[in-house]
Write a protein that binds this ligand. Structure first.
Ligand code: THU
Length: 158
């Protein structure tokens, strides 16, 4: 028996201003998107923003439902909107952030497995990596160079 170690690399930034101008803006759009979320059940407002190759930024948020599984995470709301409206564009980066409760305090959120799988499909389809931006501990910013990094031993059907 042998063991195979899989590793991923995260870029880390100490604050927003260390990001590129575009990605700083993207994270800010994700912050703004939290204020339009519909999350009366969890009170956990998540915002996602997607940067396209023509510099368009698309933002969305979580939309919950009384039948809990019928809700949609911010990442899936955003990426499906892009798929529906900009199928010819390439996605450069996705930023996600959460705002628990009613205040203006933000925290990091790491995407659920279903969102990782949904985002992966767009990355595989466009044949170019999508950068993924989120917050880590102490508001440090974490960036993966591709969605595939978030999903080791991934399932793809093509
Ligand atoms: N949620 C997201 O929108 N994105 C994530 O990455 C994790 C969780 C939502 C789902 C639900 O509306 C709320 O956060 C609490 O789990």
């Amino acid at each position: 028996m042998q063991k195979l170690n899989l590793t991923i690399t995260l870029e880390t930034y100490n604050n927003d201003t260390e990001l590129s101008v575009q990605e700083n803006k993207l994270l800010n759009e994700a912050r703004k998107a939290t204020y339009k979320s519909y999350a009366p059940y969890s009170n956990f407002h998540v915002g996602a923003a997607i940067l396209l190759d023509d510099d368009t930024i698309v933002m969305a948020n979580n939309q919950e439902n009384a039948a809990f599984p019928s809700g949609s995470c911010a990442e899936q709301s955003a990426i499906f909107w892009v798929g529906a409206n900009y199928p010819e564009r390439t996605i450069k980066s996705i930023a996600v952030i959460a705002r628990p409760g009613k205040g203006d305090v933000f925290r990091g959120v790491s995407p659920c497995g279903a969102c990782r799988q949904a985002m992966l499909e767009y990355e595989v389809r466009q044949k170019e990596p999508i950068r993924f931006i989120m917050l880590g501990a102490n508001n440090q910013i974490l960036v993966t160079e591709s969605i595939g990094d978030l999903l080791p031993i991934k399932f793809t059907n093509f």
